[in-house]
Write a new protein. Structure first.
Length: 469
């Protein structure tokens, strides 16, 4: 099988690339580590590119972890020079994160590859992932307890802009149907030279542990298991596509202006709700939560009493419920003097005094935004406004505002409720006063008592610099 695959490698490669290329005139690139797999990919890509008159780039990422990293880079550069292949390299500095060394290295590597592709105008990048890699991925995801998306393994091609930082770039794996043994046979037949990464022998890394111990045992007991794993991955991919299709339809049915209608979720099964929410998080670029976290969120979401201020913390954001709608809210630092005036307790004043001297806008970083002074036909008299000792503050409770002469004076809390401003946003909305007179409340508008109809009047407007509100 491997000898037959090795002989067919150029045909397998050519068919894959022809199916993937959208623009016959555009260059292609390969990710070149210098190891066996990518060295075979370089040899195949060079022959194909020369035959078709296509510009080929080879991109190398220098992690600097191994003492041999410099020699690996030199090897890759020399191999490319001997073939006349354009070479580029990026050096990255690896820092350990909570997700581990492997995940951190992967993220930096793909970001560097995406950057090189953008620099050289490459929209198709090829990697040397093969059938054994696919089997390892499926088994690793199974051991992690992953769902259908994880068990789908690697796609033949995907864009992955969150990894590559390049929305126009397609990352493809033309050798995915080929075993590593076939690559070894091809490399021996063509007398290819490659480097060996000593870290591949470190069984402390999960993938290495599988490769060094589990996969050989599986191969001995179940010859050809890689192909069967790949078939299972293909079935999982099909099932995942169906789940994604259903989730997209469900999101379209329950989403209202970027929020989720919780009442409609209650009519669905729990499995369907979880599937919908995972898809929605993906659309909002929120990292996929664990099953335990998602179950806890769904429980709070569906069972909390109607008036409860539901809050579930995600590493990337906050999940809140307001008037039976589910919101994804960015995490924001508390501001100086921020408080909830609807809560009981002693309120400490933090008002900031200022005067307006004709500026178009004044920044108030302690309040998380900028106060704009716009020219308007209905607003404050600019001469009068210049004479006032102004102050900006967060509301303390009890403030009232009259939006128009034919409308009653109402509390700010009433206005916020009438305008459907969520409670968590109200605490970040300042007010502006002249003495004891309330002139403006962010998120609501201006009090009508000092307004006049005249060209050149000044209308106050608040703009948050922190993403909300």
């Amino acid at each position: 099988m491997s000898r037959q695959q090795a002989g067919n490698l150029p045909d397998i490669f050519a068919r894959a690339v022809s199916d993937l290329r959208a623009d016959p005139a555009s260059p292609i690139a390969i990710a070149l580590s210098g190891g066996l797999d990518s060295s075979v990919l370089l040899h195949l890509a060079h022959a194909w590119a020369r035959e078709h008159g296509v510009k080929l780039f080879a991109f190398h990422v220098h992690h600097g972890i191994s003492p041999n990293a410099d020699s690996w880079r030199s090897h890759c550069e020399a191999e490319c020079a001997s073939l006349g292949v354009a070479f580029d390299c990026r050096s990255v500095t690896l820092t350990k994160t909570r997700s581990g060394v492997e995940a951190a290295a992967r993220k930096l590597r793909y970001a560097a590859l995406g950057d090189m592709c953008a620099r050289h105008g490459v929209h198709l990048m090829l990697t040397a992932h093969h059938l054994d890699d696919q089997a390892e991925t499926v088994l690793l995801q199974l051991l992690r307890g992953s769902g259908m998306a994880g068990l789908s393994g690697m796609d033949v091609a995907n864009s992955a802009p969150e990894l590559l930082g390049n929305a126009r770039l397609v990352m493809a794996r033309p050798l995915l149907p080929v075993t590593r043994q076939a690559l070894e046979s091809y490399a021996a037949e063509h007398q290819l030279a490659w480097v060996d990464d000593e870290s591949n022998l470190d069984a402390r890394y999960a993938r290495n542990a599988l490769r060094l111990t589990v996969m050989p045992a599986l191969g001995a007991a179940f010859p050809g298991f890689q192909e069967r794993f790949a078939r299972s991955a293909a079935h999982a991919q099909s099932a995942q596509r169906l789940l994604a299709e259903m989730a997209a339809q469900d999101v379209a049915a329950v989403e209202v202006e970027g929020t989720i209608d919780v009442a409609k979720l209650r009519a669905m099964s729990l499995d369907r709700v979880r599937n919908l929410l995972r898809h929605w998080f993906g659309l909002k670029n929120v990292r996929m939560p664990s099953s335990a976290w998602l179950d806890e969120m769904v429980t709070q979401l569906l069972e909390a009493r109607p008036g409860a201020q539901m809050l579930v913390t995600h590493p990337d954001c906050l999940i809140r419920r307001h008037r039976d709608r589910l919101h994804i809210v960015p995490k924001l630092d508390d501001l100086a003097g921020m408080r909830d005036p609807d809560d009981e307790g002693v309120i400490e004043r933090h008002a900031q005094q200022f005067r307006w001297q004709g500026e178009a806008a004044i920044d108030f970083p302690d309040y998380g935004g900028t106060l704009h002074f716009d020219s308007a036909d209905l607003g404050l008299c600019p001469d009068w406004l210049r004479q006032q000792a102004l102050q900006i503050d967060f509301r303390v409770g009890g403030e009232k505002l009259k939006l128009a002469h034919n409308r009653p004076t109402r509390s700010l809390k009433y206005h916020y409720q009438a305008m459907d401003v969520p409670a968590w946003e109200r605490t970040r909305l300042p007010v502006v006063k002249a003495g004891k007179a309330l002139l403006f409340a962010a998120g609501i508008g201006m009090d009508c008592d000092q307004l006049r109809e005249a060209a050149g009047s000044i209308a106050l407007r608040w703009e948050s610099t922190a993403g909300a509100p």
